[in-house]
Design a binder for this molecule. Structure first.
Ligand SMILES: *Cc1c(COP(=O)(O)O)cnc(C)c1O
Length: 472
């Protein structure tokens, strides 16, 4: 951390700074020489939490600490002054940082940066929506005068909450234009919406619930050619299947609430960014380490912080992310194949199905991480996640009968669970944005979204089958 601050450095402060600089150098060396050489699973299980940390600081606890404490005490005024001037790594106050969120952040920074040959860092947030707000706001700040024109370009196929945040909060309340890309696979459309007032490009992929997709590398190159960053919501893929930063994206937002916390124990989020961003915003701190910038500046002042309890619960779920995403993807493939051939099904959307219009594009990007090192596979394999959607023949009426007859599949506005969950977006997650916006985003009223869990797929299929039978 090398944040500018006012005030002189006293001799006493300097002693703390020296000790902590040695600590930071050791940590960097440990990351470069040890952690960066691990496979994905090892990083997911351990992150930066070491035996040394446990023995020296946490009485040997093999699980990361849950520090349900508001604040950190200091030895003396010199240490306090150095900490509050951001001269030494300290957590100070749980709105800003906390030891539990620290381990959560490092695990996610390393997982999203797996296979990327630069540095990544992460800032935890209280939810996925807070992550999106946190990631986009610094780019929308006024640079010269309050009346200046600002816009950003985003995929219209996105989560309902994102649509609301961009249209209601930014466009209507702050006069910041969001220019929607209707066909994200059309690079010319992206390009036609960028001008000198465009601050960033934003894309969700695969999108929830329509499984929109785009060529990350091409869109990132386009962004960089305009000197602006690409921000990607990669919630549906998780770093086990896709790491957008490896393909040129600058910032990733995660609703860690979803597959990262598959147990469903609570809501949380994260922003992960690569170092040294490309942006027209004139701010060296923002450019050099975006996650630290938002942690120590914007989020300190707005306060969308993550609770330490939730951080460790999510961390615990993330340890088995790779094998879980593999299993959930395989189950989903089997369910999608069943639905595809069912006479009462009008259409199925799953990126793994060869006849899906974006299958080829998804195939280029969605790979099970480290499958080549997996005894079972021994080579790269595509995996497409556990979100799919479909339409039941007979419109909304039959769809509701089918939906109401599901026995074990939960009816809930949720996804990413170890348990199968279904919803009808038009009456739930995407209800607020209205029919016109849903049409833009290509969400028919009778679309059912299904997120397949870890139950045996035969049991999930038989539940779907009997509900379809009831809706004949
Ligand atoms: C759920 C979701 C969000 C919002 O996350 P919360 O944790 O619910 O705030 C954002 N993006 C996508 C793709 C989501 O599915």
């Amino acid at each position: 951390m090398s944040f500018e601050s006012e005030g002189d450095i006293t001799e006493g402060m300097q002693r703390y700074i020296d000790v902590n600089n040695r600590y930071l150098a050791d940590r960097d060396r440990y990351i470069q020489e040890v952690v960066k050489k691990w496979k994905f699973d090892t990083i997911a299980v351990h992150g930066l939490y070491t035996v040394k940390d446990a023995i020296e600081d946490y009485q040997g606890s093999i699980i990361e600490p849950i520090f349900m404490s508001t604040a950190q005490a200091f030895r003396d005024s010199d240490e306090m002054a150095a900490a509050l001037a951001y001269k030494i790594p300290a957590w100070c106050y749980s709105r800003i940082a906390n030891p539990s969120t620290y381990y959560y952040e490092w695990t996610l920074a390393l997982l999203e940066g797996y296979g990327y040959d630069g540095e990544t860092s992460c800032c935890s947030t209280s939810s996925g929506m807070a992550a999106i707000m946190t990631a986009v706001q610094p780019f929308l700040k006024v640079q010269k005068d309050v009346h200046e024109t600002r816009n950003f370009v985003a995929t219209v196929q996105c989560y309902g909450g994102t649509y609301q945040q961009f249209t209601k909060r930014f466009m209507q309340e702050h006069n910041i234009e969001c220019r929607w890309v209707l066909d994200a696979t059309d690079l010319d459309e992206w390009a036609s919406k960028i001008d000198r007032h465009t601050r960033f490009l934003y894309g969700e992929l695969p999108s929830n619930p329509q499984l929109g997709f785009f060529d990350i590398k091409a869109v990132a190159d386009l962004a960089h050619s305009h000197n602006i960053p690409l921000i990607v919501d990669s919630t549906i893929a998780t770093p086990a299947l896709l790491r957008p930063i490896c393909h040129g994206a600058d910032i990733v937002v995660q609703s860690a609430t979803k597959s990262l916390t598959s147990s469903g124990f609570g809501v949380c989020g994260a922003v992960i960014a690569r170092k040294n961003l490309i942006t027209t915003i004139d701010d060296d701190q923002l450019k050099s380490d975006f996650s630290l910038y938002i942690k120590y500046q914007q989020n300190r002042d707005f306060g969308p912080n993550l609770h330490p309890m939730q951080a460790v619960m999510t961390l615990n779920d993330m340890r088995t992310l790779r094998s879980k995403m593999d299993l959930l993807s395989r189950n989903s493939m089997k369910v999608a194949r069943f639905l595809e051939t069912h006479p009462q099904i009008e259409s199925v959307q799953y990126l793994g199905l060869p006849n899906h219009p974006r299958h080829e594009l998804a195939q280029k990007y969605l790979w099970l991480v480290d499958a080549e090192f997996d005894e079972q596979y021994g080579k790269p394999v595509n995996r497409y996640g556990h979100l799919l959607s479909f339409c039941v023949k007979g419109g909304m009426e039959k769809t509701r009968v089918f939906f109401d007859n599901l026995q074990r599949i939960w009816r809930a506005t949720d996804l990413g669970r170890i348990k199968s969950v279904a919803t009808i977006p038009a009456i739930s997650t995407h209800q607020q944005q209205g029919s016109e916006a849903r049409q833009l985003a290509n969400i028919p009223a009778h679309l059912v979204r299904l997120c397949v869990g870890a139950e045996h797929p035969d049991d999930t299929i038989s539940d779907l089958d009997q509900a379809l039978h009831a809706a004949r």
